[in-house]
Write a protein that binds this ligand. Structure first.
Ligand SMILES: *Cc1c(COP(=O)(O)O)cnc(C)c1O
Length: 426
């Protein structure tokens, strides 16, 4: 069976002589050497995904801030930062990671609804480029923190454009009923207020309407609403230097057909031009679309457990490694690393964790035996960065491949690593 002909594999992943390879590396060889579960990322895939955004924005003032919560491993950050990205952070921890990866502080923007005073102080001290503020209350706290530090915090206000991104409710963020951003009708008053705060310096406006968006329409709608707001804010006397359209572009998990980044941006830039905002600096915060399809998780089949109602394939990766199926019922393709010619059966692919929610794929047609390796595809985003130690399972190792070159960017976590911060009772 030729799996690749049924549905094309993500770029830079292919079968060679019956073995799955990423760029020029055999995943079987990598798994034998580094163990499983194992995350492997293609540098070329990430750079190509970034290139699509860069091409469309070439010649225009812009900054692509990779939303590092998608995958915040230092080697991934370095790859994207060296290729020209700034970073979008959502916590003080991500700020330290961003700095450790060598990004220039002024190329960092700080998103998130719950920044603490402590996080604000640190971000001000290192000189980040912008705080994306999400509420009036946060604006006032930031103003006071900045005044105490005798400085002005660069701010953008995240507005909620109230458009339906037509995605999973947990990852839709631009509708009225969710916790993100400032309501459309309060935006101008909030900007007027911000402009009068001695600890603030208004630099932009931002929005982020959701994640895994596969249509262009919601972006165009959001842009129209944002541009209406920019007009209103500037009429009220507050200039807006940059417009930040957030992230959210989807990837192909299971035959999804999101627009290519350059096509989406061509349409968005046309609208900017038409509406007379062609000169504005553009910021973007893509996460998933830069790294999602660049990664796979290689896992070993531990046991076959055929049953009356269901056949279970028990593998050594679990919900702690790859939480998206358990968390969002998300679909990840699962393919054999070395396909067998035997007759396939239908399996639920599950992990060893003591939860019924610990599954990676349901009703998958696979010909497998114990000891075989499987690759869970599209595992570059929101997998490792969401991994936990549930069941005291150490987090997986991570490799970055570039042609035939392999770099260990994270070692496998040991039990000793996990016990390090705990103390026994006296
Ligand atoms: C998560 C997030 C992003 C990135 O979203 P993707 O769907 O991964 O592109 C960008 N901006 C903000 C504010 C976010 O919360």
């Amino acid at each position: 069976m030729n799996i690749a002909s049924v549905h094309p594999l993500p770029p830079h992943i292919h079968y060679l002589n019956g073995h799955l390879c990423m760029e020029e590396c055999s995943l079987e060889a990598l798994a034998r050497e580094h163990g499983t579960p194992l995350f492997v990322y293609s540098q070329a895939a990430m750079l190509n995904a970034l290139g699509s955004y860069q091409r469309s924005l070439a010649g225009r003032e812009h900054l692509i801030c990779y939303a590092m919560k998608a995958n915040s491993t230092l080697g991934i950050l370095q790859t994207l930062v060296r290729a020209g990205c700034g970073l979008d952070i959502v916590s003080g921890g991500e700020l330290e990671r961003a700095l450790a990866a060598g990004v220039a502080p002024e190329r960092i923007i700080f998103s998130g609804v719950g920044k603490t005073r402590h996080e604000m102080r640190r971000a001000l001290a290192v000189g980040i480029g912008c705080f994306n503020v999400e509420s009036r209350a946060e604006l006032d706290v930031l103003d006071s923190v900045a005044q105490e530090a005798d400085t002005r915090a660069p701010v953008s206000i995240r507005v909620n454009p109230n458009v339906d991104a037509k995605t999973h409710p947990y990852i839709s963020t631009g509708l009225k009923g969710n916790k993100f951003g400032i309501a459309h009708e309060d935006v101008v008053a909030t900007y007027r207020h911000a402009a009068q705060c001695r600890g603030l310096r208004v630099v932009g406006i931002d929005c982020h309407i959701g994640s895994q968006i596969t249509q262009t329409g919601p972006y165009l709608d959001a842009m129209d609403r944002i541009l209406d707001l920019v007009q209103a804010i500037e009429s009220a006397g507050v200039p807006i230097a940059h417009i930040d359209f957030g992230g959210g572009l989807g990837i192909d998990y299971n035959g999804d057909t999101p627009p290519a980044a350059d096509q989406l941006w061509q349409a968005l830039l046309d609208k900017l031009e038409t509406r007379g905002f062609g000169d504005r600096k553009i910021l973007l915060e893509p996460g998933r679309s830069l790294v999602g399809n660049a990664g796979v998780c290689v896992t070993e089949v531990l046991y076959l457990k055929p049953g009356e109602q269901k056949n279970f394939l028990i593998v050594d990766a679990a919900m702690n490694d790859l939480p998206r199926p358990a968390m969002y019922e998300a679909f990840h393709r699962i393919v054999p690393v070395a396909p067998r010619q035997d007759a396939p059966a239908t399996w639920d692919v599950v992990g060893p964790v003591c939860e019924s929610g610990d599954w990676l794929g349901r009703d998958r047609t696979l010909a497998v035996q114990a000891g075989d390796l499987l690759a869970v595809l599209s595992a570059g985003a929101y997998c490792m960065s969401m991994a936990s130690n549930y069941n005291t399972r150490g987090r997986a190792a991570e490799l970055l491949v570039q042609g035939e070159q392999v770099t260990v960017i994270r070692q496998r976590e040991t039990a000793a690593d996990q016990l390090r911060l705990e103390s026994l009772l006296p």
